[in-house]
Design a protein around this ligand. Sequence first.
Ligand code: NAD
Length: 279
Amino acid sequence: MYKLIDGKQISTAIKDELKEEIKRDGIKATLAVIQVGNDPASSVYVGNKKKACEYIGIGSRSYELGEDTTEAELLDLIDRLNADDEITGILTQLPVPKHIDEKKIINRISPSKDVDGFHPENVGNLCIGQSGFVSCTPAGIMELLKRSGIDIEGKRCVVIGRSNIVGKPMALLLLAANGTVTVCHSRTKDLKQICKEADILVAAVGRPKMITSEYIKEGAVVIDVGIHRMDNGKLCGDVDFDDVKDHTSYITPVPGGVGPMTIAMLMVNCVFAARQKQK
Ligand code: NAD
């Protein structure tokens, strides 16, 4: 019988711990959230981030910019926020409109306020095992594994997906925890066979229900990063949950698995940023 990894419950526990910590230690933090354009999905994410700040007891400032905002205007705002002493964390909700170069935006945010963990300096720190900000979704997955008592050391870990924000940092974190890690992607040959060797399988493919029981080793831990809206309005992941669940030891549901952890880990990064500043 498989165990469900409850991301909702674990993320609430993390936020409650942060709330206590902030109150106890008098931590002062303010997150600046920039949104360019009014993509409805982005607006929901931004709203949830602001709510989470309020819940744990830190400030948030939002900057809602028009779709026609130029790259120079956005860079200028980031410069001002970098220099603003009250702001301890900055994030730009991605994706940005096509006329803006995402890389330039990521690189302009001060590494010490980069609570998304996307700046090359923070990615480099992760790569060589130095302290810094870690991308929230993979950091959240590590917390899910840890708090569910799942040991990584010596395990065969397979990550499907090699994006900068999920797949690559996920592989680095599993490696740092002494897993034996394989990264698969769209050009991987024999994907099913490789996945079938995994003790821990992380699916960050962006393809609804692609991972069926044919990809799963009996008793594997399966982490589903994907989020897709189906025609019937319901959400599903990259994993075909109903087909896969009985072959696993632990599995994350969608919704209620990885999703809620991303915002909880953003809050962890906001508190880390404020503590670093206090030092
Ligand atoms: P992405 O599109 O940037 O990357 C997808 C990766 O999957 C690529 O590296 C690609 O090589 C690989 N891939 C695509 N098709 C493949 C195939 N047929 N076989 C093997 N590999 C294949 O996506 P991303 O930003 O990494 O996100 C992945 C999924 O996770 C999406 O569904 C996204 O919505 C979701 N996501 C969820 C959260 C969360 O908070 N839960 C956060 C970020 C992303």
